[in-house]
Design a protein around this ligand. Structure first.
Ligand code: GDP
Length: 481
């Protein structure tokens, strides 16, 4: 698996098998047509039906996008308070919640929902995600205009809001067929702590009413795409779009999220400085949610156990000072992504102090250690996004349990990761990092998850469809396989 220092591996298909539209200005977003030169070539081609429907969506977005005549007319329905049906444009407005990984998986799900329901997706990236992504759709914008009338209400949006669909269902005894006038907008609250009424969104019989509501303001931090596969009225179309259910996020994330030139600079400089000449690239993401509960020493032991048990890197030879010389030693570069420096320090030191048993040369790198998750800081988000992308360039990827940051890296890279179980308490576990079943993210809190009862029963949902299983890392969650 020797690689040249040039990133191009073979003649690369820059449109990713028809996933991307041609004709974008290349300079304004260099990564769009160039990331395929850096990543492993994906064996997963999008269906031609998906490519066709994406081009149709792009036309719709251009026709209904911000400040078009149709957009302005649909906006008037918001101020008049009446749906008069004069436009054929309707929208999903995505609003942010939680960290960057959570935001990306929920944006991807929101796009899929908009796509299935002939709506246009507009996103409120605020200031802290400014300059992170390129525009995904040609000759238009997905950014919600700053003067959007409801913007100042987004941040307080939570369960039970008077304008939420859950509230409307509750007020009408779960039966909205008696509501004579559809409202011009509704909130869909789909974040992890949504209540039983918000969850009614996922019932097929409640989808029809939404067709007449031009503005849906959606807040979620979840990858809810798997549940769309459980809604009968979407199933046929989803089957045509994604004959291979394991590739839903893989295609969506590479279609929608292109690093801005600033982020692409961080990614490619790191790549050329540390990774380009390695024979093998290994990404290790260490996400520790609670530093007190997961002591450094125990997490480190778990990481080393994972490397050894799954044979991801060679062991060090404690007996020798110098490796037996060999001409063709393999060089491996391991990139560690973590908020903290200690895991990197220890692993780097381990491979510096002793040779490897087989003479392999191991380079250990960490792009940043930000110490804590920051909100409202766009440079922090650009670094996080760069690191997600750097991880996605790996040949072998280890992610951390429950981390959406890791989910995005695996989806972009088309990689089935080893999932490191980050231990809480003072003991490591027997299976430190089992291999994931698929490269799809986990939907942590689907509507009918079991409350934490301590039991390890299978989810009822998991038997509802052949391509849906309980997640490896979250017993409450489901994922596509
Ligand atoms: P999750 O919490 O692991 O599911 O992932 P999120 O991305 O939703 O939230 C974690 C946030 O913490 C990230 O968006 C970053 O802001 C920060 N963060 C966590 N781990 C890392 C890391 O390895 N590198 C960087 N640069 N930031 C990180």
């Amino acid at each position: 698996d020797k690689r040249s220092s040039q990133p191009a591996r073979v003649a690369v298909d820059k449109l990713l098998g028809g996933l991307l539209a041609p004709g974008f200005d290349e300079e304004s977003c260099v990564s769009r047509y160039r990331s395929s030169l850096y990543r492993r070539i994906s064996p997963h081609k999008p269906s031609s039906y998906l490519a066709l429907k994406l081009r149709k969506y792009e036309d719709l977005h251009k026709r209904c996008g911000p400040h078009t005549e149709s957009y302005n007319r649909t906006l008037e329905e918001l101020s008049s308070g009446h749906v008069n049906g004069t436009t054929d444009c309707s929208y999903v407005v995505w609003t942010p919640a939680n960290g960057l990984g959570n935001r990306i998986i929920s944006m991807a799900s929101s796009f899929l929902y908009a796509f299935l329901t002939n709506r246009v997706l507009l996103v409120d990236l605020g200031t802290d995600m400014a300059g992170v992504f390129c525009e995904p759709f040609p000759n238009t914008s997905w950014l919600l205009p700053m003067d959007f009338p409801l913007s100042n209400q987004f941040y307080g949006l939570r369960s039970g809001n008077d304008h939420s669909y859950g509230h409307l269902l509750w007020k009408n005894n779960m039966n909205v067929s008696t509501v004579s006038q559809p409202p011009p907008f509704l909130y869909l609250y789909l974040s992890y702590n949504y209540d039983d009424y918000d969850k009614l969104f996922y019932k097929d019989q409640n989808q029809g009413f939404l067709q007449n509501v031009p503005w849906l303001i959606l807040k979620s931090d979840q990858y809810f795409a798997p549940y769309l596969f459980l809604i009968p009225s979407f199933q046929q179309e989803l089957g045509r779009l994604f004959p291979d259910t394991e590739t839903v996020f893989h295609h969506l994330v590479r279609y929608l999220f292109h690093p801005s030139n600033q982020a692409w600079g961080l990614i490619t400089r790191f790549y050329h400085s540390y990774l380009a000449t390695a024979d093998q690239r290994i990404g290790l993401q260490v996400r520790v949610f609670n530093r007190k509960a997961s002591p450094i020493k125990v997490v480190l032991e778990q990481i080393l156990g994972c490397i050894q048990k799954e044979k991801l890197l060679p062991q060090v030879d404690e007996e020798k000072q110098i490796a037996t010389s060999s001409k063709n030693r393999t060089s491996r570069a391991i990139t560690i992504a973590s908020l903290y420096p200690e895991y990197y320090e220890s692993i780097k030191n381990m491979y510096w102090m002793k040779p490897t048993v087989n003479g392999d040369v191991i380079g250990v790198y960490q792009p940043s250690h930000e110490e804590f998750q920051q909100f409202g800081n766009n440079i922090h988000n650009i670094k996080a996004w760069a690191e997600i992308n750097i991880l996605s360039l790996s040949d072998v990827l280890v992610t951390s349990s429950w981390s959406t940051f890791g989910y995005v890296a695996q989806g972009l890279g088309g990689l089935k990761p080893w999932i490191l179980y980050v231990p809480t308490g003072d003991r490591t576990t027997d299976l430190p990092c089992p291999r994931a079943m698929s490269m799809e993210p986990c939907f942590h809190f689907p509507p009918n998850y079991y409350k934490n009862t301590g039991s390890r029963r299978r989810l009822a949902t998991a038997s509802l469809a052949p391509h849906i299983r309980q997640c490896e890392d979250a017993t409450s969650g489901i994922k596509l396989v």
